[in-house]
Design a protein around this ligand. Structure first.
Ligand SMILES: Cc1cc2nc3c(=O)[nH]c(=O)nc-3n(C[C@H](O)[C@H](O)[C@H](O)COP(=O)(O)O)c2cc1C
Length: 376
């Protein structure tokens, strides 16, 4: 509620105290998506919320990571993100899947390898990590989350509607990440507890609708369901704008990659700090699905007219695995890549995660003051 007196406008309510804060019992409406447990713990203990990406982990690893976080957050809530795409095979060995990759595609990958002198991976390619997901594994991963009663289950790909009953019976919340309004509509109707509306700017797998459009569109249809804005949020101005679009919080990935606690390779951290908003590619060449990553020769070559059509998931992921792991294992700066969003242009220094959170919150409050006047 705004009130005006002698030309001074004041805001009687803290604009950052949103229904997402109430739902999760958190101080600031900022969610960190991260694969790094140290980042997650730092954000949770500083008053934000963190969701740990575990899609590429075994059930045992997931259980261990949940225990590790619980030991460090004194009962505060957190989430775990899995991917549940309908398109993954029901079961089956990685050998079966790889044997289906056409010769023409293997040849093109081999040409890239030769052209850029891509070294071999130092050990066997971890194909479980690179595209080995199947429905059997996804079910086993989910069972761990249910057994552990993780406060929030997030589904990064695919509708989580089928786990709502089991989760709600255990007092767990279920969030779904969407890139299209019609996916949001279906999930809201199914009863998810929050929807992450993720726009084109985002790191990782993302749809083709811009963040400004998808957040406003989903917020307009959401009723009481909290909407969380994702894609390109790396400053307090973005946070303020997301709330004005109708979101109750932001879901951020790129923001934490170059934090002090982040465990990604220092080569990638330095590339992120140097990157501008124009240094990412939106490409299907890594996984077979549209994905935003730091520019690299692999995405560049597959964008050329002579490149074969990209294979569907998980085959393209299995094909790109040798390049990606070869580049990473040998720390070849010219070849390495990482999922990164367009907001990377605002990530310019390596700060502790707590500082990143406080800075974005402070800048959002300053932005609101700039727009509407002094906050009470
Ligand atoms: C390195 C990295 C890996 C990601 N992997 C996943 C993933 O496994 N599952 C998922 O749901 N989202 C994943 N994302 C996307 C995030 O959940 C989030 O939607 C995205 O980072 C938001 O855009 P932003 O990076 O511009 O903040 C990833 C993001 C990054 C930066």
């Amino acid at each position: 509620m705004l009130s005006g007196r002698k030309g001074v406008v004041t805001m009687s309510k803290d604009p950052l105290r949103t229904k997402l804060c109430d739902l999760l019992g958190i101080e600031f409406p900022v969610v960190a998506f991260t694969h790094c447990k140290d980042v997650a713990v730092a954000v949770i203990n500083a008053g934000g919320f963190a969701v740990l990406g575990e899609a590429m982990h075994t059930p045992d690893e997931i259980a261990a990571d949940i225990g590790w976080i619980r030991d460090r957050v004194e009962g505060k809530p957190f989430g775990v993100d899995l991917v549940l795409p309908a398109s993954v095979p029901p079961s089956g060995s990685i050998d079966d899947l790889t044997s289906k990759i056409p010769e023409s595609h293997r040849k093109f990958a081999a040409e890239i390898k030769e052209k850029y002198d891509v070294p071999d991976p130092k050990g066997p390619v971890d194909l479980h990590q690179w595209g080995g997901l199947n429905q059997e594994l996804a079910r086993a991963q989910l069972d761990v989350l249910l057994d552990e009663r993780v406060p929030v289950i997030a589904s990064g790909l695919g509708s989580p509607a089928f786990i709502l009953d089991a989760a709600h019976e255990r007092d767990m919340l279920v969030f779904g990440l969407v890139g299209k309004a019609r996916q949001a509509k279906r999930q809201i109707e199914a009863g998810v507890d929050a929807v992450i509306a993720q726009g084109y700017d985002a790191a990782g797998h993302t749809g083709a609708v811009g963040t400004f459009s998808i957040v406003a569109e989903v917020a307009a249809m959401a009723g009481d369901t909290p909407i969380i804005a994702a894609g390109g949020v790396t400053t307090g101005r973005h946070l303020a704008a997301a709330l004005c679009l109708g979101a109750s919080g932001v879901w951020t990935g790129t923001l934490w990659l170059a934090s002090r606690e982040s465990d990604i390779d220092m080569i990638i951290k330095e590339r992120l700090l140097a990157a501008t908003v124009e240094d990412t590619s939106y490409s299907t060449s890594i996984s077979g699905m549209t994905m935003r990553v730091l520019d690299c020769p692999w995405t560049e070559e597959w964008a050329k007219p002579e490149a074969p059509d990209v294979l569907p998931a998980p085959y393209q992921m299995l094909l790109s695995a040798d390049y990606l792991q070869g580049a990473n294992d040998n720390r070849r700066e010219d070849l390495m890549t990482e999922a990164a969003g367009q907001g990377v242009g605002f990530v310019t220094s390596m700060k502790p995660a707590k500082q990143i959170l406080f800075d974005i919150v402070e800048e959002a409050l300053d932005t609101f003051e700039e727009v509407v006047g002094e906050l009470s």
